[in-house]
Design a protein around this ligand. Structure first.
Ligand code: NAD
Ligand code: ZN
Length: 378
């Protein structure tokens, strides 16, 4: 049998909705299961971009009564419904573990204990499973340092040190086989989701893939969710006449991948066996500092507002992590196409025209981190 019906959990969200459009355009029958989490969907209704050709079911991935029949009617399940914020996960522990880990456990429990027709499962994993990225020490070669201690952040010693000799180390692209560290609850849940899905997939012969998303940017990322992606948060700040807040010195290296390239990669995972049973980095393969991202947004917006560089750290932040995308290239033939200029121009054009007005709640989110002692004084 081949895949015809695809269930996308979290399909009203940012990445899921773009995938829904791509799948509908490829003539799949798509069903979305999404609980319209109020933090993401402030209106409480299906978003304006919902696809008229998809079926939308409002429900929770922790609710077997709604989840099970949808799984049983599908040949592929794309599991993206999740609580999505590193900082918030450090004080909403029960909610993050419950939605992310238990929601995935329920999906697997359904697959193992019912007569289903599912031939492919994709589960959203994250750059977060690595903790720090990979580094090279001049003496010891490739090393994998742990998260920086609070005293190091307090001393504004931003760069990583070699775990063996203590000298400063240089970042290199992170391959999938780098040692994994979880530095926050959200990333632990992403790791559990990925590990559980790949284990059950292998054990029961259900082809499964865990895309490890790096910084996916583009239209539809909520501009009013102060806990989500940094590009959307800063864009929302600028649109509201406020300075983007840049932690540390802004020299953190990341990989920003366009939503369109990410969706291309997901379609390849769904339609090809090449990456079955693997975790796969989904990035652009290009690196950029976050300060350069802030500057790019300002330049494309024609804004004269400068970012505010705090020279302070957050306890859970990593210094550098960029994607080695050799695995996606080799196993799937993935080839990212969108340049940063093209992608950010599109993001800004969307932000200026979307009916979902950008409301900047960042100060509130920052205050929560402050209240919980997650900001490091220096
Ligand atoms: N955006 C990124 O750069 C990025 C990076 C790494 C990983 N991810 C992962 O990709 C997936 C999609 O992320 P996104 O950026 O589109 O986030 P998003 O918040 O826009 O979308 C998530 C969707 O899940 C829904 N949801 C939340 N809890 C639910 C529940 N209990 N039951 C049903 N639906 C629920 C929300 O309403 C939302 O529509 C997530 O699993 C996230 O962890 C995203
Ligand atoms: Zn060393």
């Amino acid at each position: 049998m081949s895949i015809r019906d695809v269930l996308v959990t979290g399909g009203a969200g940012y990445i899921g909705s773009h995938l829904v459009d791509a799948l509908v355009a490829r003539d799949y029958r798509v069903t979305v299961l999404d609980n319209l989490d109020p933090q993401v969907h402030r209106s409480g209704t299906w978003p304006s971009y919902a696809n008229a050709k998809a079926r939308y079911v409002k429900g929770d991935v922790r609710d077997r009564a709604v989840f099970e029949p949808l799984v049983l009617a599908s040949q592929a399940v794309v599991h993206f419904g999740a609580a999505v914020s590193i900082g918030q996960s450090m004080y909403q522990i029960d909610r993050y573990v419950d939605v992310n880990t238990r929601g995935t456990a329920l999906l697997l429990d359904i697959l193992v204990n019912t007569k289903h027709t599912v031939e492919k499962v994709l589960v959203a994993s994250s750059i977060g499973v690595y903790g720090e990225g990979a580094y090279r020490c001049a003496t010891h070669g490739i090393v994998a340092p742990a998260i920086r201690p609070e005293q190091q952040l307090a001393a504004r010693d931003w760069e990583q040190h070699c775990p063996q000799c203590g000298t400063h180390v240089k970042p290199v692209p992170t391959p999938e086989d780098k040692a994994l560290y979880r530095d926050n609850i959200y990333s632990m849940t992403k790791y559990h989701q990925e590990e559980m899905v790949l284990l059950i997939g292998k054990t029961y012969g259900i082809p499964s893939v865990a895309p490890r998303f790096f910084n996916v940017y583009g239209p539809r990322q909520s501009l009013s969710n102060p806990y989500a992606g940094v590009a959307a948060i800063w864009l929302s700040r600028l649109l509201n006449g406020r300075q983007p807040i840049v932690f540390e010195d802004g020299g953190q290296l990341r990989d920003f991948v366009s939503i369109h390239d990410a969706v291309d990669c997901l379609v390849l995972m769904l339609e090809n066996p090449g990456a079955d049973y693997l975790p796969v980095n989904v990035g652009s393969g290009q690196t950029i500092t976050i300060l350069e991202i802030a500057a790019l947004l300002g330049r494309l917006l024609g804004s004269s507002i400068e970012p505010q560089i705090t020279q302070t750290g957050r306890k859970f932040d990593i210094r550098h992590n960029t994607a080695d995308i050799a695995c996606a290239r080799r196993t799937l033939g993935f080839a990212p196409k969108v340049t940063l200029d093209q992608g950010f121009t599109e993001l800004i054009a969307w932000a200026q025209t979307t009916p979902d007005v950008a409301v900047d709640f960042f100060d509130r989110a920052l205050q929560e981190l402050q209240d919980k002692g997650l900001l490091v004084k220096s």
